[in-house]
Structure formats: C-alpha cells, structure tokens
Design a protein around this ligand. Structure first.
Ligand code: RI2
Length: 302
C-alpha cells in the first residue's frame, strides 16, 4: 500500500523491472532473463486486482523475451529494456494528461461533481478543468477504511480547489445536487464492468437513481485481456485490522474487508480513455486494439 493508485502501481512495476535489469550482475542474457522472470512473478503477487500491474509486466517481459530470442548481447539487452521501460512510463504519464484534457471538457462552468477514493486520472480532469477557468464544486468521499479521500481533498486544495468532504454513506444524501460523478478504475472487463475502490458501485447506483451522469477515467492498460476468455477479476480482501482492532473481546466477530467492487456497465455513461470517450460496451474494441493478439498469446505466462 506504499504504492497505490492503479497507474502508479504499473509505473512502479516497470521501474522495478528496469532496476533489476540494470543492477544485475548476471553474466549472460539467459541468466538475466530468469532473474527478471522471478521479479515479475513477485511483483504480480503483490496486488491481485489492478490489471495495470499484469499489463505493464506483460509489456516489459514481452520485450525481454523477444530480445532474448533475437540473440542480442547483454549490453544491448539491458539498454533496450531501459528504453522500453522509460517509454512505458512516459506514455503512461501522457495518457493521464490526455484523459485530463478530454475529461475536463465534460465539466461545465457551475457544475457540481463527486468523486470517490484517490484517482490520478480523475484529479487530472479536475485540475485541467480548474486551470481552464471553470468554477465547480467537488464532493469528495472519505473512502473508508483507508481514507484515500483525504489524499484527494489535499490534492485538490493544493490546486486551489476547495472540496466538500463527506462520509461515504452521505453519497446518496448529496447525489441530487451532483451533475457528474467521476471515478477512476483498477480494472475494466471486456463487457465494460468497472472494478474500482469499494463503494464505487453504490455511488453508481445512487447516481443512476438520481439520473446523475456517471463517468469513469481510465488509461487503456487498465482493460483486462484475461476477461476476454471469461476469467473474472479477483477482488482483493484486506486485513480486518484496517476496519477494527481484533482481540479477545470481539473474537466472535467475523470481518470482511473487500477493497474493490464491480460496477456493471448499465450504470456507466462513458469511460474516458487517453484515446477518447467510449461507451462501456465498446471495451472489447479497446482490448482488441490496445493489446493485440501477440500479447494475448502470452496470457498463460503472466
Ligand atoms: P489512478 C485506486 O486503488 C483507486 O481505486 C482508484 O480509483 C484507482 O486506483 C485508479 O487510480 P488503490 O491503489 O490510476 O488506492 O487513476 O487501492 O491513480
């Protein structure tokens, strides 16, 4: 949890693999490849839900494998992987900027918006809308149990935006005042269902009932290729201690602490990606275009 936010997790994984490659004392490409393979699996095991993690690792390991098959020497291997890693990080940062630019157009002067958790992509939309001179109100939920909403509130204040901070359960109470909801995504399935911080699907339900527009901001590497073959996205369940101190007194208490939930496509008006705005039902085409058959072939390994 030191590294959080689906985009940041992906960039950090790539940075780590680059470091493993550059700092390795392996004497040949084969040994270095197996070191990278081990590191890739350790990284994969760290968080199960954010699809940006396997997608970024897949990108890096695909290049590592192609270089190994080509029979390049160790220096070339390291240099090329360094370039590929840096390219991924730059592209990912540009993707967030583009989402900001595209999403900011959706905010009108005088709008009231609401957000949940702490999404870099959503913050960029709000930042760019504010920078362009639009005035709007932002409701920010505290996002129990880890209170990432506090981070969002701080980020917004740093940009000169003054947020309205509410408890999660007040989202329905204020929804009638809200014109648009903006949330990020940890993963998007082929049918357009969005996995995001626990509480997102409740916010979508409340928005649907109040006829409030519900928008998701996500880079294309958050779409899950595994779901093309019917696999489900695993929802991370975290330690009970995040909710309550467990001890003798409440030893009979069972606690469940899922970190994410699934919002069905019917409750989502649009997904804002770096390529443009799509209806959730168009997720299949994003997956097809972004990932291609080559990477799908490698799903069984990563
Ligand atoms: P960006 C976060 O998960 C939140 O659920 C957020 O909406 C999503 O990742 C996307 O964040 P966590 O890592 O990539 O805090 O837009 O569990 O920053």
């Amino acid at each position: 949890m030191k590294i959080r936010g689906a985009g940041r997790i992906a960039r950090y994984a790539i940075k780590t693999l680059k470091q493993v490659a550059l700092s390795s004392s392996a004497s040949n490409v084969e040994i270095l490849y197996s070191e990278l393979d081990r590191a890739a699996h350790r990284l994969l095991d760290s968080r199960p839900t954010a699809v940006s993690l396997p997608n970024s690792i897949r990108y890096f390991m695909h290049h590592a494998e192609a270089l190994q098959e080509k029979g390049v020497d160790l220096t070339h291997f390291k240099e090329t992987l360094k370039e590929k890693a840096e390219k991924f990080i730059t592209n990912s940062e540009h993707a967030v900027e583009n989402i900001g630019r595209i999403g900011a157009r959706r905010i009108l002067d005088g709008d009231t918006v609401m957000t949940h958790c702490n999404s870099t992509a959503v913050l960029e939309i709000l930042r760019q809308a504010h920078k362009s001179g639009k005035r709007f109100e932002v409701y920010v939920t505290e996002t129990r149990p880890r209170f990432q909403g506090r981070l969002t509130a701080k980020d917004l204040m740093r940009e000169g935006i003054s947020p309205i901070f509410i408890v999660d359960s007040a989202m329905r109470y204020f929804m009638n005042e809200v014109d648009k909801v903006f949330v990020g995504a940890d993963a998007i399935a082929v049918n357009g269902a969005v996995v995001n911080k626990i509480g997102t699907s409740l916010m979508a339900l409340a928005a649907n009932e109040a006829r409030t527009t519900f928008l998701v901001a996500a880079e294309s590497y958050k779409f899950s290729p595994e779901t093309l073959s019917g696999e489900l996205i695993r929802i991370e369940e975290r330690d009970a201690k995040e909710i309550i101190r467990t001890g003798k007194k409440n030893s009979l208490l069972k606690i469940r602490n899922p970190s994410f939930d699934v919002t069905p496509p019917e409750y989502i008006d649009a997904i804002i990606t770096e390529k443009g705005v799509i209806p959730p039902q168009a997720s299949f085409w994003v997956l097809q275009e972004m990932l291609g058959t080559l990477i799908l072939d490698e799903l069984s390994f990563y």
